[in-house]
Design a binder for this molecule. Structure first.
Ligand code: FAD
Length: 290
């Protein structure tokens, strides 16, 4: 099924994310994680793509396992360091496996990488154009409520997002954020700039205190005082921190839903128990509105 069809029916949707293994031998473990996660009936499940492309086969294999588990898969695809031939072979493979949804990404710029005019791809919109030309996939893209780290300012970032969406995106998914006000401001800016595709809010449950520092650095996400206090008090106790992180993410989602945000993506990070606890916390809302 195309994700555009899932999003366009005005119902609440909650989706999950998994990452593929780094080696073939671990594929069975990741498939086990998926078989646990599908029990919570996410609206769809995305699978990330290693920026170097060397594990692309695992991404397509995992997308296929999600589909076989009865859930719609969304396969991520990055292009910066890739050739057109490589991108097209991955897209051919996805088509063959019956995967209909792709998140079209540029990928982070690797350390010491020099952007050149001669390389195939420089920005995600070029990949969007290429996927669109196939006339087969529903296409999503990334967006940044707290501005992409490379952008000079929000105005420039939103202008590039608008160009990318106009190339044919069906939806956009946000980078993680911990302060819902940042999302509401971003949503307003998108409306002003006539970015009218569904915006899926990306929520990362922080279940250990070390994880947040790295996640926040990579994503440009600011940490609200309230969450800082939680980490100060509970960060040294893994069980308590995990529970507090799950509750914080659940409360964030409830606030978003109360403010009219119907589509939530949880960065579940191959943790079925975390996904399950959050879904349990939302069960009445999902039953009523899903
Ligand atoms: P772009 O849309 O190309 O934007 C990158 C930067 O370039 C921005 O600053 C933008 O404003 C600017 N820009 C865009 N167009 C132009 C233009 N025409 N001229 C000048 N500047 C321009 N990474 C992975 O490696 N694997 C994954 O699976 C993965 N999944 C992700 C999922 C989500 C939901 C998100 C939010 C991010 C994900 N990432 C992933 C990280 C992503 O690859 C990085 O954030 C990357 O740096 C930017 O990718 P993009 O697709 O947003 O790029």
């Amino acid at each position: 099924m195309k994700i555009s069809e899932i999003l366009n029916n005005n119902k609440v949707t909650v989706s999950f994310e998994v990452f593929p293994p780094k080696e073939w031998a671990k594929l069975a473990d990741t498939k086990k994680v998926i078989s646990e996660m599908v029990k919570d009936k996410p609206a769809f499940m995305s699978v990330t793509y290693g920026a170097s492309g060397t594990t692309s086969g695992y991404t397509t294999e995992i997308a296929n396992a999600i589909r076989q588990g009865g859930v719609t898969p969304l396969s991520h695809l990055t292009c910066l360091t890739s050739t057109k031939e490589k991108i097209n072979s991955v897209l051919d493979e996805l088509e063959k496996k019956g995967v209909e949804n792709v998140l079209a990404l540029r990928g982070d710029i690797p350390k010491d990488f020099i952007m050149s005019k001669s390389q195939y791809y420089h920005h995600a919109y070029e990949l969007v154009n290429e996927i669109k030309a196939r006339n087969h996939f529903c296409i999503g893209g990334a967006c940044y409520p707290e501005v992409h780290p490379e952008s000079k300012n929000r105005v420039e970032d939103i202008a590039h997002l608008k160009e990318k969406v106009d190339c044919g995106l069906d939806f956009i998914t946000t980078q993680m954020f911990f302060d819902n006000e940042k999302f509401y401001n971003f949503r307003e800016m998108c409306a002003i700039k006539e970015i009218n595709v569904p915006i899926i809010a990306g929520i990362m449950p922080i279940t250990n205190a070390k994880q947040i520092k790295r996640s926040a650095e990579l994503s440009n996400a600011s940490i609200p005082k309230k969450f800082e206090k939680i980490m100060e008090r509970f960060g040294e106790n893994p069980d308590v921190m995990k529970q507090a992180g799950i509750i914080y993410a659940t409360e964030q989602i409830i606030d978003l839903m109360a403010n009219g945000v119907n589509n939530i993506h949880i960065y579940t990070m191959n943790k079925p128990d975390v996904a399950h606890q959050i879904m349990k916390g939302l069960s009445a809302i999902i039953n009523e509105q899903g």
